[in-house]
Write a protein that binds this ligand. Sequence first.
Ligand code: ZN
Length: 259
Amino acid sequence: MGENTRMTSVAQARDWVLAAKRIVVLTGAGISTDSGIPDFRGPNGVWTRNPAAEKASTLQYYLADPEVRRAAWRNRLRAPVFAAEPNDGHRAIFELDQRGQLLAVVTQNIDGLHQKAGHDPRDVIEVHGTALWARCWNCSDRRPIIELLDRVRAGEDDPPCAVCGGIVKTDTILFGQDLVPQVIAAAMMAADHSDLVIATGTSLSVFPAANVVPRAKAVGARVVIVNGQPTKMDRFADALLLGPLSELLPALCESRLDG
Ligand SMILES: [Zn+2]
């Protein structure tokens, strides 16, 4: 019966998605695990296996300790994020955009995989920043991370800013670092103008990003949660789809019939 109930709700949710005009998709780490990017706190998570990596993700340590930065740059050289490719989940979400139904993707991920799947970068609101760009902590000079990685490969173990000599980090939001108010405002505005929200690959326990769901609900949008495990906001869901995202998202978003 459980399987049957799930399939019934996929069909119902799919009808809602096909009828929606202003969809906002909120994504978290769970959508990228099938692209080979581990999440942070899961059983195979980055921090579970390597607590030192959590230090590199804390602003104060990163700025204060050159050894933390050198280790961070060494890790970036082999980080899966830079070579990862979008999976069927990312591609299913892009189909909503191609059909003209997508208002925005709000993502907690820093992997750039929505853009690689085809989205205009202006339609992807990265609430925790991006690992594909580097930014100087001192002068805010911003350039592709690949330029910095090339310098590390050439022998600089903690490459300083080419403009001012300051400390360079990925353009991500570290622990202890403020979110960017304009980015959060854009995410909330998208939620306020949505008629349907798909929240996927996120436990909906990280704020303010998770507020997209109650904000959308408050303006009457339907809420479809697609996740591998229960979330903190299942009570808001009009449809709750639990299972593998690479299967559920195409079933939910793609307009062509199977077969
Ligand atoms: Zn600088």
